[in-house]
Design a protein around this ligand. Structure first.
Ligand SMILES: [Zn+2]
Length: 306
């Protein structure tokens, strides 16, 4: 209520495929790698098998609880991608999940009969002969989660924005890995999403001296999804940009250019990553505040740091 009085809008983040706690009591929800064995979390980033019925129900119930309990204005999906550690200059993206459940559903949904081979060989057979079908099917599974999230928003708190924090790569960056490895099909998710929030952390991802990269990624996304950043458009692009030091440092002198590139059309808002470390560097916070005040009342609208 206090935030309402201050005319603040409240947006929350929701962990979809990264709720590692669940594995303690449900080890059968761990992603299985190409060798047919449980795939260890790349650099500690634990993903979950997206076809585990109990896990999906658990996440959907948690999502419902957030919407039913709090008068929020928006909810953003986070880690809605395959088991991986992609938030770095050199991503680690193992192929998963080849558990018996995923293999059975893939065969059922695509009509592709799988050969009677050991688990570690079926995966190779699929990736060498039916890679396109596999990727399409995996993307479809993740998109269906988004469809259900949308239905839940509409049923419980209509009007709340559904956003997603997602990998900022284009279809050709890293050989098409956003789709082929992470299974994020933005076009098929688009009917269900209000706000796309790509995560172009320039310093962390190997573009420390090139903040304009932020804008190149959002510009590509706008063209790709047909979002122009015009008033009244229902779908929006609000990137989350890096101001805190992570991987490479972000100097104070980059605060303004990063926010400038992050708020250019088709973007109509921006979120800053991340308050935890940023609050220890008050010179950057001051610069952030100065920039936000300078665009107040213009087409560019800022959001508080995540
Ligand atoms: Zn699986």
């Amino acid at each position: 209520m206090r935030l309402r009085e201050l005319k603040c809008r409240v947006y929350v983040e929701f962990n979809t495929l990264h709720s590692a706690e669940y594995l303690k009591e449900h080890p059968d929800a761990a992603p299985v790698g190409v060798d047919g064995k449980v795939c260890p979390p790349p650099e500690g980033w634990q993903g979950l098998c997206p076809t585990h019925v109990g896990y999906r129900r658990d996440r959907m119930k948690a999502f419902e609880r957030v919407l039913a309990s709090y008068a929020i204005d928006g909810i953003w999906l986070d880690y809605h991608h395959a088991h991986s550690s992609w938030e770095r200059a050199e991503p680690v993206m193992p192929d998963t999940c080849f558990c018996a459940r995923c293999l059975g559903l893939f065969s059922r949904d695509t009509g592709i009969t799988l050969p009677d081979l050991p688990p570690g060989e079926v995966s190779q057979w699929i990736l060498s002969r039916h890679k396109r079908d596999w990727v399409r099917w995996r993307c479809g599974v993740l998109t269906d989660w988004v469809r259900e999230f949308r239905d839940t928003v509409d049923a419980i708190r209509p009007g709340v924005l559904l956003g997603t924090f997602h990998c900022p790569w284009t279809d050709s960056d890293r050989g098409g890995a956003r789709i082929d490895k992470l299974h994020i099909d933005l076009k098929s998710q688009a009917p269900y999403i209000d706000v796309f929030s790509p995560m172009p952390y320039h310093a962390r991802f190997g573009h420390a001296q090139d903040p304009e990269w932020v804008h190149r990624q959002t510009r590509w996304l706008g063209e790709y999804l047909g979002i122009r950043g015009k008033p009244g458009e229902r779908k929006k692009i609000w990137p989350i940009v890096q101001l805190s030091d992570w991987g490479e440092n972000v100097p104070v002198a980059q605060v303004r250019p990063v926010l400038d590139y992050g708020t250019r059309a088709p973007a109509t808002g921006v979120t800053v990553f991340a308050w935890g470390r940023l609050q220890e560097q008050w010179d950057k916070v001051e610069e952030l505040g100065t920039y936000y005040r300078s665009i107040r009342g213009t087409e560019r609208k800022g959001q508080a740091p995540k």
